[in-house]
Design a binder for this molecule. Structure first.
Ligand code: SF4
Ligand code: ZN
Ligand code: ZN
Length: 305
């Protein structure tokens, strides 16, 4: 059910239920860019040098492109970093997508990091230790992005988290009593701690859905890898994610309201003192009791340290 565009009255191509509005191609793109801009402004972000983590998936390619559109208005300096995780054909296609994006955005500097430089790939780590692939992969990517951003003087790292992932993360955390996860969970902006060599995070797509990101990437003819990572986390998370379909059919704003409520509640709870300390080996932040971060432990295990 796609009515005429709410802005220009031409034929709409998409209906956005939470906005109760249809848009034509041009005005959906405008709506999307405005939403990125508004999320940045409302998060308290002012301006600065941003490193965008670009995996080659629909979320991050849309993010980089939209940031490039609004960069003058927000006075942003943007560069991109792609990490090759060594996950077979998936990583190869992701890399190819990012290389194509680099051609589309010639005035943005792209950097590439191959995980093999650390002495391992994600499939090798998953084989060697008993931890879910995405948890390993997430920790390694965070370490690389943070180190790179810190060394090159970036003020923030921008990542392509969307409302479907964020709301599912909080829903699962609530339903499984993972209070620590809720307290540590994502927000549109997380400030950095320069003393601990921790660079701040922004998530400009915090209130945008997977569908909106995919549509934006498609309408803008952006290259992206269009098949899932073979190591993607198991069925449980997808089951939780699917619960949203039912809820959203009753209340289209439920997902956004849910996340906003969690963040409002978190604000009223006194924050525990930061348990972060500097890794004894690399000097980057860790919560590990023995003072050695996860990546340094992996490097030791793989005989690189
Ligand atoms: Fe890494 Fe999991 Fe994403 Fe695959 S699905 S790239 S393992 S975080
Ligand atoms: Zn229109
Ligand atoms: Zn370390």
């Amino acid at each position: 059910m796609t009515k005429s565009c709410v802005v220009c009255k031409r034929k709409g191509i998409v209906y956005i239920p939470y906005a109760r509005a249809s848009f034509c191609r041009e005005h959906f793109i405008e709506f999307y860019n405005r939403k990125i801009l508004r999320t940045l402004r409302n998060s308290g972000f002012k301006s600065g040098k941003i490193l965008v983590g670009v995996s080659g998936g629909k979320d991050s390619v849309s993010l980089l492109y939209a940031l490039s559109v609004i960069r003058k208005e927000m006075n942003l300096e943007i560069e991109a970093l792609h990490i090759n995780l060594g996950i077979g054909r998936y990583s190869l296609e992701s890399y190819n997508a990012v290389k194509k994006l680099e051609k589309i955005l010639p005035d943005i500097r792209f950097h590439y990091f191959d995980l093999r430089e650390l002495g391992f790939t994600i499939p090798e780590v998953v084989k060697a230790i008993k931890r879910p692939a995405c948890s390993v992969c997430g920790a390694v990517k965070r370490w690389i992005l943070n180190k790179f951003a810190y060394e090159k003087g970036f003020e923030f790292i921008a990542t392509g988290h969307n409302i479907d992932d964020i709301s599912t993360f909080y829903l699962k955390a609530l339903l499984t009593q993972r209070i620590e996860d809720i307290m540590r969970g994502p927000e549109p902006l997380t400030p950095g701690f320069p003393d601990l060599k921790l660079v701040g995070r922004i998530r400009p797509q915090f209130y945008l859905s997977e569908m909106e990101n995919t549509l934006y990437a498609t309408l803008q003819n952006l290259p992206f890898v269009d098949f899932p990572c073979p190591l993607a986390r198991g069925a449980t998370l997808f089951k939780y994610k699917n619960l949203w379909k039912e809820i959203l059919s009753t209340n289209p704003v439920a997902q956004i309201n849910f996340v906003k409520s969690i963040i409002a509640i978190k604000k009223r709870i006194p924050k525990e003192t930061q348990k972060l300390k500097s890794c004894e080996i690399c000097g980057y932040p860790t919560t590990a009791a023995d003072g050695v971060c996860f990546v340094c432990r992996l490097r030791k295990k793989f005989g690189v340290l």
